[in-house]
Design a protein around this ligand. Structure first.
Ligand code: GLY
Length: 594
């Protein structure tokens, strides 16, 4: 097949020769050259007939072994749509886009148009991608915008309501990623439009989740959204007409259908209703950015993660490297020894996060130093096996100057394109504010900034100058979409929601599979734990072995039992090329494939 650049050169030569022979007018020549340029530049996208799935009768499948492609996401309807896209000739990027759009309809607590996310991908040709569509602080944002006159953080202001929202990035991200897809955007968005317009059946868990936020919906919306109802129950149909119209504007007008025109007008109107500060300029200026993926080696595996403004890739790198020489495999899974080592590693990584990490476009993040072997060795100098460290003593490393709702999906196709996407509204249902007339929740991502140095955010995480609010800056994230390569081929595609527990959950899943040689299901389902430096507690998930908890307490850890940690979605590529795909059992998460 002749490549586009070669075709272009041939065509230009032909026109030039013709222009000399025919003595063509300059304007005609310019027109022909422009047509030729555009013809070669415009990616050819295929449209296929609309996908039909039954949004009322569906089951939840936790595991599938398949060979042509797989999608694991937080909702069965979204996973099924992703796989249908693969069957229609789409690649993993197409499937990831369609799945995200579907999640924006069927999983309103975290799937979104009004939030942001990250995509890490490894294309079949070996190219690595890291796409940043994180929200940004509006142009009128100010580093002290959540403080009162006394300089104290005003509780809740960065979490609920209009002022909590950063400028949404998801729609820009979907269009930026579609550059690597094969199908037309119209094809990818239509299933989401259909489900928003005609409705779908709520699961038990979703109905319960909507019931839980009725008070907040009434408090943070002046125009009551479609989600407000006396009582939702499993099987109820949720129809979202306003959202369907927003999706149609995106289908018909592209990114401008969201960031300009009617949808933008509705967002600005909503801001004005509730004292928000996002302006038309903020929306118009928003851009998704391709960045250099964060790549490192762990015992021969190549681990590909997200760079700043996600802390995920760097934290994972630090944690994996701090255990690399400790022979953790001999300690065994979830023994006091292995959990203690991992908790200490987590503590140290999160101490560095608080001090040094933030949007690298605004703050000089010492990323190279923080992952250098000498530095990490130094970090573990005061680690004592069998004795709890202390976050008072273990500070961020010395360096030389230089309701947790997010959602993850993992996708692979038969060509070998692998995609890991994590997106978020931050808290469950974001700011709880729905854009009236447009039908989607706005994020409360501003809370991921450090509103005041040393004051914890929603996740109890603290930060400093590196993550201070500034106009146009992206707030630090924990999202950790990750791809692991073995022998230069995709081996694992994974990620999870869970706020600050995201990097630690991905870390534990990787250690379980790579070191303890656990099966994927166990690595996903077994209880997890979490340490984030401050507060100085070791969180253990319900179901964590009691005797191990007691042993850790005896070592000096303050143990705190808590609910679910993460909802991890993993695809493992087996030696015979098949895809073992596992959805977390902590939610309605679902694995589909063919
Ligand atoms: N909002 C959660 C995160 O980005 O880490």
């Amino acid at each position: 097949m002749t490549s586009k650049p070669v075709l272009l050169i041939k065509f230009l030569l032909l026109i030039s020769v013709a222009s000399v022979i025919l003595n063509m007018k300059r304007r005609v020549l310019a027109l022909l050259l422009s047509i030729a340029w555009l013809a070669c530049k415009a990616p050819k996208k295929t449209s296929v007939e609309s996908i039909t799935i039954d949004p009322y009768q569906f089951n939840i499948q936790k595991k599938i072994l398949c060979e042509n492609g797989a999608v694991v996401s937080a909702h069965p309807l979204a996973s099924k749509i992703g796989v249908e896209i693969l069957k229609k000739g789409g690649n993993a990027i197409d499937a990831a886009i369609a799945t995200q759009l579907a999640l924006a309809v069927v999983y309103p607590q975290a799937g979104n148009l009004g939030g942001g996310g990250f995509m890490v991908a490894r294309l079949a040709n070996g190219k690595l991608l890291a796409l940043d569509y994180r929200e940004i602080a509006p142009l009128h944002a100010d580093r002290d915008m959540y403080l009162d006159e006394k300089g104290n953080v005003q509780p809740g202001k960065s979490v609920n309501g209009h002022l909590a929202s950063g400028v949404p990035g998801t729609v820009a991200g979907l269009f930026a990623s579609s550059k690597y897809g094969k199908l037309s955007f119209k094809t990818l968005i239509q299933p989401a439009i259909n489900m928003a317009e005609k409705g779908f059946a709520l699961t038990e868990r979703e109905a319960q989740s909507l019931n839980n936020i009725q008070n907040e919906l009434r408090t943070y919306n002046k125009v009551m959204p479609v989600f407000v109802k006396e009582t939702w129950k499993a099987g109820d149909t949720l129809i979202q007409t306003d959202l369907a119209n927003t999706l149609k504007r995106i289908r018909d007008l592209g990114e401008k259908g969201f960031y300009e025109g009617e949808t933008a007008r509705l967002m600005i109107e909503e801001m004005q209703r509730g004292g928000g500060i996002i302006t038309p300029q903020d929306l118009k200026d928003y851009q998704a950015k391709y960045r250099e993926p964060h790549v490192f080696d762990y015992k021969g595996y190549e681990i590909v993660g997200m760079p700043m403004p996600s802390s995920g890739g760097l934290l994972l790198h630090q944690m994996m490297k701090m255990i690399e020489d400790k022979n953790i495999a001999t300690m065994g899974f979830e023994t006091p020894a292995s959990v203690q080592l991992m908790a200490e590693v987590e503590r140290r990584a999160f101490a560095d996060r608080a001090e040094y990490l933030g949007d690298a476009d605004f703050y000089k993040v010492p990323a190279k130093i923080l992952v250098s072997p000498g530095y990490l060795q130094q970090r573990m100098k005061d680690y004592v096996a069998g004795v709890a460290g202390s976050s008072k003593m273990i500070r961020p490393g010395e360096i030389q100057k230089e309701s947790e709702q997010t959602t993850h999906l993992s996708v692979i196709d038969k060509e070998g394109n692998a995609v890991a996407v994590t997106t978020t509204l931050n808290d469950s249902y974001g700011s709880k504010t729905v854009v009236a007339g447009a039908g989607f929740f706005l994020n409360d991502e501003m809370d991921d900034f450090s509103a005041k140095p040393g004051t914890p955010n929603l996740y109890g995480a603290i930060g400093g100058e590196a993550n201070a609010i500034a106009p146009g800056k992206r707030m630090l994230s924990s999202m950790t979409p990750t791809i692991v390569l073995k022998n230069n081929k995709p081996y694992l595609v994974l990620g999870t929601p869970g706020g600050t527990t995201i990097p630690t959950s991905v870390f534990q899943t990787l250690v379980d599979i790579l070191e303890f040689k656990m099966g994927v299901e166990d690595a996903v389902y077994k209880p997890k734990f979490h340490h984030q430096w401050l507060p100085d507690t070791l969180d253990i998930e319900y179901g964590f072995p009691e005797n191990v908890g007691t042993a850790l307490q005896q070592m000096g850890y303050a143990i705190r039992q808590r609910g679910e940690i993460g909802r991890t979605e993993v695809i493992k590529i087996l030696p015979d090329g098949k895809f073992e795909s596992v959805a977390d059992n902590r939610g309605d998460d679902d694995a589909e494939g063919w």
